[in-house]
Design a protein around this ligand. Structure first.
Ligand SMILES: Cc1ncccc1N[C@@H](C)c1cnc2ccsc2c1
Length: 114
């Protein structure tokens, strides 16, 4: 019984860390391109180029619906946001630079939380 309790406690503490990390990402000044899903009706070519769209509001919904089982699965979706950004945007663009800044910020956050 203790072992089962121990596993669920770890999951809960990992999920608590995910909530803190997501709140810090959402509050960052360069988060604006990533707060909502990219509207592929507005951004031409996006649906064709980006196979797995992801954004912070979708991550928030998945977190609230208990769809992340570990810090690793949460990190996979956060890094997907930044990988999609690099694929679609020039490095030397407003959104491209925001993506690089946010990925650096996230990597630094993870160093603090580990
Ligand atoms: C992350 C991303 N990658 C590629 C294209 C768009 C976006 N972001 C969306 C919100 C977005 C959608 N529309 C505009 C219009 C000016 S900046 C901006 C940003």
């Amino acid at each position: 019984c203790y072992k089962i309790a121990q596993i669920s406690k770890d999951d809960n503490s990992q999920l608590a860390v995910c909530r803190v990390l997501l709140a810090e990402l959402e509050a960052h000044k360069d988060a604006w391109p990533f707060l909502t899903p990219v509207n592929h009706k507005v951004i031409l070519g996006y649906r064709k180029v980006i196979k797995r769209p992801m954004d912070f509001s979708t991550i928030r919904r998945k977190l609230n619906n208990n769809l992340y089982f570990s810090l690793e699965t949460f990190m996979g979706d956060v890094n997907l946001v930044f990988d999609n950004c690099e694929k679609f945007n020039e490095d030397d663009s407003e959104i491209g630079r925001a993506g690089h800044n946010m990925r650096k910020f996230f990597d630094e956050l993870l160093q603090l939380k580990k």
